[in-house]
Design a protein around this ligand. Structure first.
Ligand code: SF4
Length: 555
């Protein structure tokens, strides 16, 4: 196949923090992108390093041995497609080499700068990238960042994860033929703390206001202090609004007056910008920080009947918690444990142990919202889901209906209906065919899915069992909620009551183990800001996890 030609001219902003061998090609009129062709046979020098990698950091050895199969001609052509749509220009470093570097960077958890250095200083990197003995970096920080952005823009991080599954299928050591044709998928999620700083309302508003003032200062070429002075917003010139106000923050009156003072200064700043930079306010770079400030003011402040504004009573829906990362949200691990950031979701094939897909959602979103994205990625694999193992958070997802609709099985713990010391829902007999519910005293009512049924108040008033059934006041009958998916809930209750059913429910533990590995690899805190970049990082972690699974199975 002929090399693809690319005209020069894009991505220049990302190039050149550290000079590298490949980048010198940019002096030519037209750069030519060769495919990455690392050698196959192991040299004597490589054998020595591979021996040292047999016990620790074994994935380096795996990637060295299989790099030509992972990055075969077809996959390299796909990676090159990322450069075609711009019509001109590209980075002359082979995309496959950069893709390998992205994997190794995720494996070691290095920054872009350290990854660049590692291509010169770390023999393991040089081994995998086929650059033993090279004294210049394989690429620059800008090239690595630009490549990551391309992967995200073209959804090729999804392909990178998918490629690990294709590779597993093609590997004879990984006995794919014995596995079923359909998938048994398990889905689970874990918290991912966001990378942005979370602040209380006063610091959040002060931070957002300062960002606006800094941007205005940059546009005007003035010092920040001058902008804040002219705009009558001196608090924003300080590194911390709370420090500048120096109040007793435990005193509600002082705190309330501080909110009013800060809000006046923020309004002053907006008004001053309207007179000085009216046109700039509607376009980048000033538009974004102004939008953030407006969002924070509207979500956290409300009119005070006594004059001015006060901190809003209660929490605004979908409240933004960080100036730097607008997509982070408050979430809960349990009733008492909270976190700020995102939820990472993965879907695992229970038979092969491979991770099939990943998704990131803001921490306040219900689990079920990740299911369509996971399903879309699994569909790319071209295999049907015959069994879906989930926890209760995903049960309301349309994916559940789809799996059931195609004759598949859903394995999940049923909802637990408790009612204090009174009869629980389980004490009532539900007949789904007749659509009736019968109480312990033998009273029967008609049911509708997704509604609450109330027993005849007169029957309940005279019932001998009333004290054990309801605490409602006389004249009100006992109520029982009938789920929209009551039919499924009934099935799940039956499943949980059998030994085989409980064993099936325990199979989900495999996805919990995968998720724990991913959590250790990614760490507690997100590496990037925003949903999409963190999805890239999750997919990369999943791809690395899959390589380790293939390596373990082949051992
Ligand atoms: S209180 Fe009403 S619902 Fe409960 S057992 Fe008696 S009749 Fe049935």
């Amino acid at each position: 196949m002929n090399p693809i030609s690319y005209a020069t001219g894009i991505d220049r902003a990302h190039l050149g923090m550290i000079p590298c061998a490949f980048e010198r090609a940019w002096t030519r009129e037209e750069a030519v992108m060769e495919k990455w062709k690392p050698k196959g046979e192991v040299t004597k020098g490589e054998a020595f390093i591979l021996k040292r990698l047999e016990k620790k950091r074994k994935l380096f050895g795996f990637l060295r041995r299989h790099r030509n199969e992972i990055f075969d001609e077809a996959f390299q052509s796909e990676l090159e497609e990322m450069y075609r749509d711009t019509g001109a220009g590209s980075d002359p470093v082979p995309p496959a080499l950069l893709a390998m570097a992205v994997i190794v960077q995720g494996y070691l958890g290095l920054s872009d700068a350290d990854a660049v250095d590692a291509t010169v200083l770390d023999l393991r990197w040089q081994l995998v990238l086929d650059r033993l003995g090279e004294t210049e970096p394989a690429f620059s920080q800008g090239a690595l960042q630009g490549f990551r952005e391309r992967l995200i823009a073209h959804d090729m991080d999804r392909r990178l994860l998918e490629r690990t599954i294709e590779f597993a299928r093609a590997t004879s050591e990984f006995d794919w033929k014995k596995l079923p044709k359909t998938l048994r998928v398990a889905i689970d999620s874990s918290p991912l703390e966001g990378a942005g700083r979370v602040e209380d309302t006063i610091n959040l508003l002060g931070h957002a206001g300062r960002k606006v003032a800094e941007c205005a200062a940059e546009l005007l070429g003035w010092p920040l202090e001058q902008v804040c002075r002219e705009a009558r917003a001196p608090l924003l010139a300080e590194s911390s609004v709370k420090k500048a106000l120096d109040l007793d923050w435990s005193d509600p009156a002082q705190k309330a007056s501080a909110v009013k003072s800060l809000s006046v200064e923020l309004e002053n700043l907006k008004g001053w910008l309207g007179s000085q930079l009216a046109a700039e306010m509607k376009k980048p770079p000033l538009q974004a920080p102004l939008k953030t400030l407006a969002e924070l003011m509207s979500q956290d402040l409300e009119p005070d009947p006594g004059g001015g504004v006060k901190i809003r009573d209660g929490v605004a829906p979908d409240r933004r918690v960080s100036v730097e990362d607008g997509e982070m949200r408050h979430g809960r691990k349990s009733k008492s444990k909270r976190f700020n950031g995102f939820k990472r979701h993965i879907a695992t094939d229970l038979d092969s142990d491979l991770i099939l897909a990943g998704a990131i959602t803001p921490a306040n979103r219900p689990e079920e919202e990740a299911a369509p994205e996971l399903k879309r990625d699994i569909e790319h694999l071209g295999r049907d889901i015959a069994e879906l193992n989930i926890d209760r958070g995903y049960i309301a997802s349309p994916l559940v209906d789809e799996v059931l609709g195609t004759g598949g099985q859903v394995v999940c713990k049923p909802w637990v209906a408790r009612n204090g010391n009174s009869f629980a829902k389980g004490a009532f007999k539900i007949n789904l065919r007749d659509r009736t519910i019968t109480c312990p005293a033998g009273e029967t009512e008609h049911i509708e899915f997704g509604s609450v049924v109330e027993f005849d108040p007169e029957a309940c008033d005279r019932c001998q069992l009333r004290a054990s059934c309801t605490a409602a006041s006389p004249g009100t009958g006992r109520t029982v909620a009938i789920a929209e998916n009551e039919r499924l809930q009934q099935k799940l209750r039956k499943l949980q009551k059998t030994r085989a059913g409980r064993a099936k429910l325990r199979e989900r533990v495999a996805v919990e183990h995968r998720l724990a590995h991913i959590g250790r690899r990614q760490g507690r805190r997100a590496r990037y800001r925003g949903v999409r970049k963190n999805l890239f990082d999750l997919r990369r972690a999943c791809a690395i996890q899959n390589f380790e699974t293939i390596q373990r199975k082949a051992a």
